[in-house]
Design a protein around this ligand. Structure first.
Ligand SMILES: *[C@@H]1O[C@H](CO)[C@@H](O)[C@H](O)[C@H]1NC(C)=O
Ligand SMILES: *[C@@H]1O[C@H](CO)[C@@H](O)[C@H](O)[C@H]1NC(C)=O
Ligand SMILES: *[C@@H]1O[C@H](CO)[C@@H](O)[C@H](O)[C@H]1NC(C)=O
Ligand SMILES: *[C@@H]1O[C@H](CO)[C@@H](O)[C@H](O)[C@H]1NC(C)=O
Length: 355
């Protein structure tokens, strides 16, 4: 009886029929190519709420961190319903913003936070890392694991494979990667890139998303440069060999591996499953790119004047059988043609992606 009531309350839908049809034809090219995939809105937040990052629980629910207006963790459940349920789990008062989120052990997540405001910029000395534990059911307030007094502006976070108590967090101002031992609360630098920048109130975002894959730490660099020939803005992804503890390997230096025709580049993920395709949120470009290991890439969602994935901040694949090919994209929202929308989560069906 109860389960049948739930099914009535939760109007189940078949993704294939609910998704909007692709609005562009498929063209094959190594260069800029558009291969828009079907997608739908999973959660829409009011204007002023910027969703910064996304993690997926083992039960399939999404966890969202907010960057503006405050440091809130949201959970999205009933993803197979037409209107999934969004729950505000908690808001941390000690800081203004949450950044990256990463799972450190089954259903335990590390969340990076600190102070940032659009008027005042970064809040020096406010960076910190929290732990949120779902293993006993809904979590209570998160636990403060470490403060990072020397960090300037934390951003993407990732867990070191096989050393799950070690979390790496990008510092977008200092061009560094911080490493936090979640058991001991110890903090050190896992990598420092050039130029070694000082903490300043000027917000010039460098390293943004970070993930370890195939023995390398891959990262996006949000600093755009003008293409010497066309003058168009482009941004790049890099990789650097790392050791078992996630630190830059002896003598290793970062190499540029992918350049996109984009004025911004934010967090990214791999998948679906074991597939080695990179899915990259392009922030203020309002797009998501997909790139194959041989350097082919395509815009798979959004457009500069579309709200579809406006200010795309991060993306993750689903973790259940039903949604392992669904890419969930978090966004910060934005203003287009005088209309302002808040952040959201968009679900992209990648089943038809072929290159
Ligand atoms: C945080 O922001 C959200 C969204 O605006 C709001 O609903 C919530 O009340 C705020 N929480 C606190 C503690 O300020
Ligand atoms: C960070 O922001 C919070 C909330 O506004 C404030 O209470 C706290 O003092 C700030 N911390 C620092 C180090 O500036
Ligand atoms: C990021 O890109 C800028 C511009 O190309 C470059 O100066 C900087 O060294 C890059 N940062 C890293 C960490 O590679
Ligand atoms: C904004 O205006 C442009 C030009 O008229 C139009 O192509 C685009 O669809 C509009 N976007 C939105 C979100 O209204």
């Amino acid at each position: 009886m109860i389960s049948s009531l739930i099914i009535i309350a939760c109007e189940l839908l078949t993704l294939a029929v609910s998704l909007t049809a692709p609005s562009a034809s498929i063209r094959q090219s190594r260069r800029l190519d558009t291969h828009l995939l079907p997608n739908r809105v999973i959660a829409q937040f009011p204007a002023g709420i910027w969703i910064e990052n996304i993690a997926v629980r083992s039960n399939g629910n999404l966890l969202l961190t907010s960057f503006l207006p405050n440091a809130t963790l949201y959970e999205v459940s009933d993803l197979d319903c037409q209107t999934p349920t969004v729950t505000r789990l908690f808001t941390v008062d000690a800081i203004t913003s949450f950044f990256g989120i990463t799972e450190t052990s089954e259903d335990v997540f590390a969340v990076a936070g600190g102070n940032f405001s659009q008027s005042a910029g970064i809040g020096k000395g406010s960076s910190c890392l929290w732990s949120v534990d779902f293993t006993y059911g809904q979590p209570s307030y998160p636990e403060l694991i470490a403060t990072l007094p020397d960090a300037a502006l934390l951003n993407g976070a990732t867990t070191v494979p096989q050393k799950n108590h070690l979390v790496l967090v990008a510092d977008s101002i200092l061009n560094a990667i911080w490493r936090v031992d979640m058991k001991q609360g110890r903090v050190d630098k896992a990598a420092q890139f050039l130029p070694e920048r000082e903490s300043s109130s000027a917000v010039n975002i460098g390293i943004n998303g970070i993930h370890i894959h195939d023995g390398y730490l891959w990262f996006t660099n949000d600093t755009a440069t003008a293409n010497p020939v066309t003058g168009a803005l482009e941004t790049s992804m890099y990789r650097i060999k790392v050791d078992d503890n996630g630190g830059a390997a002896n003598g290793a230096s970062a190499e540029k591996v992918l350049t996109l025709p984009s004025g911004a580049i934010d967090d990214f993920t791999y998948g679906p499953g074991e597939r080695n395709v990179k899915w990259i949120a392009a922030n203020k470009e309002n797009k998501v790119f997909a790139a194959t290991p041989d350097g082919k890439y395509a815009v798979i969602a959004g457009a500069s004047n579309s709200f579809e994935v406006a200010t795309a901040t991060a993306c993750k694949f689903g973790r259940t059988r039903a949604d392992s090919y669904i890419l969930y994209v978090s966004t910060g929202g934005g203003t287009i043609n005088g209309t302002t929308e808040g952040g959201k989560v968009q679900a992209i069906d990648t089943t038809g992606f072929r290159v």
